[in-house]
Design a protein around this ligand. Structure first.
Ligand code: NDP
Length: 323
């Protein structure tokens, strides 16, 4: 059954859109290499829990494109009739096909890219379409015009920007607002190991009154503590997988001391580290939704339990902030 457990929803900037405190991303675990029945179970459980926002991109997989294909397949079969209960995002702007038009932020790339995504997902429109990363060479005016054209054509209801540094973000927001297509959401990395957005992206999103949805809240799994005290990488963990480009044994080792300190704080507080990491984010001013990844239903449920919890004490927040 859908939406049969309580979930807190937060308003996205000054828009009419509410997003769940916990949203689900399909960057990993939903590719052509992953098990279809596991994906059915995760999406079904997410909908029961009220996690109705699904975040995709053209290049998610592996192979690239296969997460959208898988999601489209599930929408057509197991979740047919439930499109309007979901808020679906996709993105373009990273390398997708060979030649000069398969990447970045030209009108050519963005419009072709979204058309391909819609075909893969068998959808007429997405709820939010993001430019996945800023393009240093294409004039921002062209990128924004393409995004506006996409909304006017009905292929996306809202526009988002991802990983835009503050100056480019502010300029794009101004141009979008002038075209009466306000930016709905800014998407960027934020977790207890990487707080770089606090110096720019987070305050910029607040000052533009857009929503902020933050990715890799568990630092790809490191903030669950699963890599601590184990001489080898746990089987099936992301760091152990050969298709994981951004998390490996070296990255795990580099952050191990800080994760161990955070684990001690979690133990002292009597709160599992996963919960602490997610609740800390949900308590940071300006965060609309926390965008998790889940390989199993148990992981999804564990993360979902962080929503709707009482505020962490000032003392605990200070300890975490001081790390
Ligand atoms: P997380 O930091 O939540 O990492 C998810 C991984 O952590 C899982 O796949 C799993 O890895 C592990 N995990 C999650 N929950 C638990 C748990 N309860 N117990 C143990 N392990 C757990 O987020 P992601 O890095 O996956 O990013 C989330 C989403 O953000 C992406 O799917 C994507 O939609 C978006 N994103 C956007 C980017 C952008 O450029 N705009 C860039 C990156 C992400 P394991 O396999 O080890 O079990």
């Amino acid at each position: 059954m859908l939406y049969n457990e309580p979930m807190n929803y937060r308003r996205c900037g000054r828009s009419g859109v509410l997003l769940p405190e916990i949203s689900l991303g399909l960057w990993h675990n939903f590719g052509g290499v992953d098990k279809r029945e596991q994906n059915v179970a995760i999406i079904g459980r997410a909908m029961e829990l009220g996690i109705c926002h699904f975040d995709l991109a053209d290049n998610y997989g592996p192979p690239p494109g296969s997460a959208e294909e898988r999601f489209g397949d599930l929408l057509k079969h197991e979740f047919a009739g439930h499109r309007d209960e979901m808020f679906i995002a996709t993105k373009a702007g990273h390398l997708m096909w060979p030649g000069p038009y398969g990447d970045w932020g030209s009108r050519k790339h963005l419009i072709s890219g979204l058309d391909q995504s819609l075909r893969r997902m068998k959808l007429d429109y997405v709820d939010v379409f993001y430019h996945h990363r800023p393009d240093p060479d294409t004039p921002i005016e062209e990128t924004v015009e393409a995004l506006v054209q996409i909304v006017r054509s009905g292929k996306a209801l809202y526009i988002g920007l991802s990983k835009y540094p503050p100056a480019a973000f502010n300029r794009a927001c101004t141009l979008l607002a002038e075209a009466h297509v306000p930016c709905l959401l800014h998407q960027f990395r934020y977790n207890l190991l990487d707080r770089s957005c606090e110096a720019g992206m987070l305050p910029a999103a607040r000052s533009q009154s857009t929503g902020s949805i933050v990715f890799s809240p568990l630092a790809q799994g490191m903030l669950t503590g699963k890599y601590l005290n184990s001489p080898t990488l746990p089987a099936d963990s992301r760091a152990e997988r050969s298709d994981s480009i951004f998390l490996d044994a070296a990255k795990v080792a580099a952050d191990a001391d800080k994760v161990a300190r955070l684990q001690n704080i979690a133990n002292e507080a009597g709160i599992p580290l996963t919960q602490l990491a997610l609740r800390w984010l949900l308590q940071r001013q300006g965060v609309t939704s926390v965008l998790i990844g889940a390989r199993t239903v148990a992981q999804l449920e564990d993360c979902a339990a962080a929503a709707g919890q009482p505020a962490l004490s000032d003392e605990l927040m200070e300890l975490l902030n001081a790390e």
